[in-house]
Design a protein. Structure first.
Length: 464
C-alpha cells in the first residue's frame, strides 16, 4: 500500500520477536494501541466538561489446553515476558473447552485518509463552535435547558498472532451531539436531540447552525403537541428508528456467544427458521464503507465480512469470533472486537441493518386510515425477545398522510411477532454512525441502518 499506519518504529519486528516466547501455546495474540480522545461538554450556559486523553499500551492473549490467559500493560518494554505471563495464566486455569478454527495469515496496513484532522484543530476553536451551537438553542424563547457535546477519538493499533498475521489499522470519529428541552402543558420536559458525525473531516462539523435551530424548533413543537393515545396501530418506522430496533432487538441475539451459552436459544435461533416475509433481509458487517463499525479486520486479525443474518425471510447466519465459530462448527465472520487494549475481544456487532426493500414511503402511507410515524429513537430496553423503544420524534398518520406531531410515543412487542408483522420495506436506507454499543463492560463504536419499514398491529404506548 502507498500509506502505512504511523505507529511505533519497528513494531512488527518487536511483535515477531515477542511471539517467539509463545512456542508452547496453541495461539498467542498481541495487540498494541495508541489512542487520543477529546470531550467537550456544555450544560446550559456552562462549559462543564473539558477532557483530553492520551493512552498507550498493549495486551497479550494466549490459548493453552483450552483455556485463555490475558494480560494488559502500559509499558511496551520486555514484550516476550508479557507473552510468558499470559501463557502462565492460561496454564494456571487448567484444562478448558476453548478452541479455535484455522486462520490464514494476513499482513496489511489499513490507514485512513483524513481531510482535516481534528487533532490539528485547537481546543479553543472547538469550544467556540460548540458554544455557538449551544447558545443558538439556549437563547431560543421557550427553551429551558440545553446540552452540547463534542466527542472525538483517534486510535492506531497493531495486531500480530502466532498464526502469522500482522495488521496495522487506524480509525477516527468526531461527533457533535446537541439537545434542547422545552416543557409541555403539564410542565414535563420534552427534549429533542440530534447530531453531526464524521469519520474523515472535521470541517463536516463546522457551519451546523441550522442543526441547532432545528433542534430548538422541534423541542418547542413537541412540547405543544398532543400525547399519543395508547393502542394497537400500524406503525411506520423511519430509518433511524429501524436501525436502532434491529440492532438492539435482533442484533444482540445474533451474537454467537449468546446463542452458544444458552441452549434454549440455540434451538429458538436455529438456522433455517422463518423470521419474516420473503423481502426481509438483515445484515451485519464491517465492510460497509464509511460507517461507525466499519473495519477491514477485527481484533483477532480475521477479515471482516458482510453477514446475512436473515436472508429472504429465513434465519441465515450469526456473528462469530474464531472461538465461537469453531465451537459451533461455523465460519468466523470478523466480529471479535475489544474496546481497547485493556480488554480481550468478544463477539460484537459492527454495522447492522435491514436491507432496502421493494416499496416506497408513499405506498406504505397510502392505505393507513390512522397510524403512527416513528421517526427517531429515544431510549428503550430489551429483554430477550421483548422490546420497548421510545420515539424521540413521532407523528400521526391520517388517511394516508403524515399529520401532526405527537409526544410520549413508544412502541413495544415481541421481536419475532414484530418481524412477521413487517409487511412493507422501503427502497431507501440511511445510516447512523454516532452510536456506541455496550456489552461485557466494553463499549464499541457501531453503525445502525435501515429503510422505512411498516409494522402492522404494533403496540403503541402513550396516554390511555
Amino acid at each position: 500500500m502507498s500509506k502505512e499506519v504511523a505507529l511505533l518504529p519497528n513494531i512488527r519486528d518487536r511483535l515477531d520477536d515477542a511471539l517467539k516466547a509463545g512456542k508452547t501455546a496453541d495461539e498467542v495474540e498481541i495487540r498494541i494501541e495508541e489512542s487520543e480522545t477529546t470531550h467537550i461538554g456544555f450544560q446550559k450556559e456552562s462549559l462543564e466538561t473539558l477532557d483530553k486523553g492520551l493512552s498507550a499500551g498493549g495486551s497479550v492473549r494466549a490459548l493453552l489446553n483450552g483455556s485463555w490467559g490475558f494480560v494488559s500493560f502500559n509499558s511496551l518494554d520486555n514484550l516476550p515476558r508479557r507473552v510468558e505471563e499470559a501463557i502462565a495464566m492460561a496454564k494456571a486455569v487448567g484444562q478448558g473447552n476453548a478452541k479455535l478454527g484455522g486462520q490464514d495469515a494476513h499482513i496489511e496496513s489499513v490507514p485512513i485518509d483524513l481531510k482535516r484532522d481534528p487533532r490539528d484543530v485547537s481546543i479553543g476553536e472547538t469550544i467556540d463552535m460548540m458554544r455557538n451551537y449551544n447558545d443558538i438553542i439556549l437563547k431560543t424563547d421557550g427553551i429551558v435547558s440545553t446540552s452540547g457535546h463534542y466527542v472525538h477519538f483517534h486510535y492506531r493499533r497493531a495486531f500480530a498472532n502466532k498464526t502469522g498475521s500482522f495488521v496495522e489499522s487506524e480509525k477516527m470519529r468526531a461527533t457533535v451531539i446537541l439537545m434542547g428541552v422545552a416543557v409541555d402543558s403539564d410542565r414535563m420536559p420534552q427534549e429533542t436531540r440530534d447530531f453531526a458525525n464524521t469519520l474523515y473531516d472535521y470541517d463536516h462539523l463546522v457551519g451546523r447552525e441550522s442543526l441547532a435551530h432545528d433542534i430548538a424548533r422541534k423541542a418547542l413543537e413537541t412540547a405543544k403537541s398532543p400525547k399519543v393515545k395508547a393502542g394497537v396501530y400500524p406503525v411506520i418506522c423511519g430509518p433511524q428508528m429501524t436501525g436502532t430496533f434491529i440492532h438492539e432487538a435482533f442484533g444482540h441475539l445474533s451474537e454467537a456467544d449468546f446463542v452458544h451459552e444458552n441452549p434454549d436459544w440455540k434451538e429458538i435461533l436455529k438456522i433455517g427458521r422463518k423470521m419474516g416475509r420473503e423481502f426481509l433481509n438483515i445484515t451485519d458487517g464491517g465492510l460497509v464503507p464509511g460507517q461507525g463499525g466499519s473495519l477491514k479486520y477485527d481484533d483477532e486479525g480475521t477479515p471482516c465480512t458482510i453477514t446475512y443474518l436473515v436472508k429472504d425471510g429465513i434465519l441465515n447466519g450469526r456473528l462469530h469470533s474464531r472461538e465461537t465459530a469453531a465451537m459451533m462448527n461455523e465460519m468466523p465472520t470478523g466480529n471479535a472486537r475489544a474496546q481497547n487494549y485493556r480488554f480481550p475481544p468478544i463477539v460484537r456487532m459492527t454495522n447492522t441493518s435491514i436491507e432496502p426493500g421493494p416499496n416506497t414511503l408513499e405506498e406504505m402511507l397510502a392505505d393507513i386510515k390512522y397510524g403512527i410515524y416513528a421517526v427517531k429513537p429515544h431510549g428503550g430496553q430489551t429483554s430477550f425477545e421483548q422490546f420497548t423503544f421510545g420515539a424521540g420524534e413521532a407523528f400521526e398518520i391520517v388517511d394516508g398522510k403524515i399529520g401532526q406531531r405527537l409526544r410520549n410515543v413508544s412502541i413495544s412487542g415481541n421481536l419475532f411477532k414484530t418481524l412477521e408483522n413487517i409487511d412493507m420495506i422501503a427502497n431507501d436506507r440511511e445510516w447512523e454512525s454516532v452510536g456506541y454499543c455496550g456489552k461485557g463492560e466494553q463499549m464499541a463504536p457501531v453503525g445502525t441502518g435501515g429503510p422505512h419499514i411498516r409494522i402492522m398491529d404494533c403496540v403503541v404506548g402513550g396516554e390511555s
